[in-house]
Design a protein around this ligand. Structure first.
Ligand SMILES: [Zn+2]
Length: 141
């Protein structure tokens, strides 16, 4: 299930104002989840990059969803020449866009091949759910 960005009139492109509004929502969402300021800034910059790319995509592809995120990660990012791209680190970009998907009420992307043992993946899953990296570590102090 994907959510289409709101459109203004019959324009094919996603309006910059609508996209910017989604990004403001995303910042608020991350703040409410207690992300550290540095992580919040990185995730918002990644989301801005993604939304800018999405605004340039053909009309039928202008949806925030697993398909567009996957396309962005695997097709666009490796060859990205965008002037304001902040990160090409796949794990960071995927983590940021997973949060964007979750904010939209969608499922997060899963890596196609597990990168670690199930026990480690479970720990990482707990870490992601809290949204607060300090909570993960403080529970072990
Ligand atoms: Zn780019």
């Amino acid at each position: 299930m994907s959510k289409q960005l709101p459109r203004r009139g019959s324009e094919e492109a996603v309006s910059r104002d609508d996209a910017r509004a989604s990004l403001i929502d995303f910042r608020s969402y991350l703040m409410a989840r207690g992300h550290a300021p540095r992580t919040l800034d990185l995730y918002c910059a990644v989301a801005t990059h993604f939304v800018n790319w999405l605004c340039e995509a053909p009309g039928e592809q202008q949806h925030i969803g697993a398909r567009s995120v996957s396309h962005f990660l695997h097709e666009h990012l490796p060859d990205c020449r965008c002037p304001h791209s902040v990160s090409k680190d796949l794990k960071s970009v995927r983590a940021a866009l997973n949060q964007l998907l979750l904010m939209q009420g969608q499922d997060r992307l899963r890596p196609s091949v597990p990168s670690a043992s199930p026990a480690i993946e479970a720990q990482i899953g707990r870490f992601d759910v809290t949204g607060n990296p300090l909570a993960f570590f403080s529970s072990r102090l």
